[in-house]
Design a protein around this ligand. Structure first.
Ligand code: SF4
Ligand code: SF4
Length: 143
């Protein structure tokens, strides 16, 4: 499910979300790995490193911007796998927690757009968010 934060407030391409990754890095689904493996080879990022990170289902870190930066972040904050970047990256700074009666939109304060996006979500839900919420209640939280 790809959310559309850019519908609310366009990405500034500051690259902050790619430079301070928590834990092991951006989580990737099995299906996403399948499409990414070809790119890993093309970019010659190192098969051994790739195999190790695949075991934990996260994109490799320790890129050119330090130990917490994504290995795919290139010059001028460009993502080297932009068209195939994982859903987590596409959705940032929003992620959704769906409960039985409520849908929670969490917005990461790391992103300079966070407050604006949260305010816009509180004010009026765009179509993709309305579709998620349906008959449930919803809430927005900066985290
Ligand atoms: S895959 Fe691309 S968008 Fe995602 S963290 Fe890495 S550089 Fe950033
Ligand atoms: S931190 Fe926010 S504004 Fe900056 S690149 Fe990431 S999504 Fe875009």
């Amino acid at each position: 499910m790809v959310l559309m934060a850019d519908d609310i407030n366009e990405c500034l391409k500051c690259g902050d979300c790619c430079k301070v990754l928590d834990g092991k890095g951006v989580r990737v689904t099995e299906q996403e790995w399948d499409t990414l493996e070809i790119d890993i080879c093309r970019l010659d990022l190192g098969n051994e490193k790739f195999k190790k990170t695949k075991q934990v289902s996260c994109l490799p870190t320790k890129g050119k911007y330090g130990v917490k930066s994504c290995l795919f972040l290139g010059a001028n904050n460009e993502c080297k796998i932009y068209n195939k970047r994982p859903e987590t990256c596409r959705n940032f700074p929003i992620w959704v927690v769906e409960r039985k009666t409520i849908v929670l939109f969490k917005v990461a304060v790391l992103c300079p757009r966070a407050e604006r996006i949260a305010a816009d979500l509180e004010h009026s839900l765009p179509g993709w968010a309305r579709a998620l919420v349906g008959e449930k209640k919803h809430n927005v939280a900066l985290v």
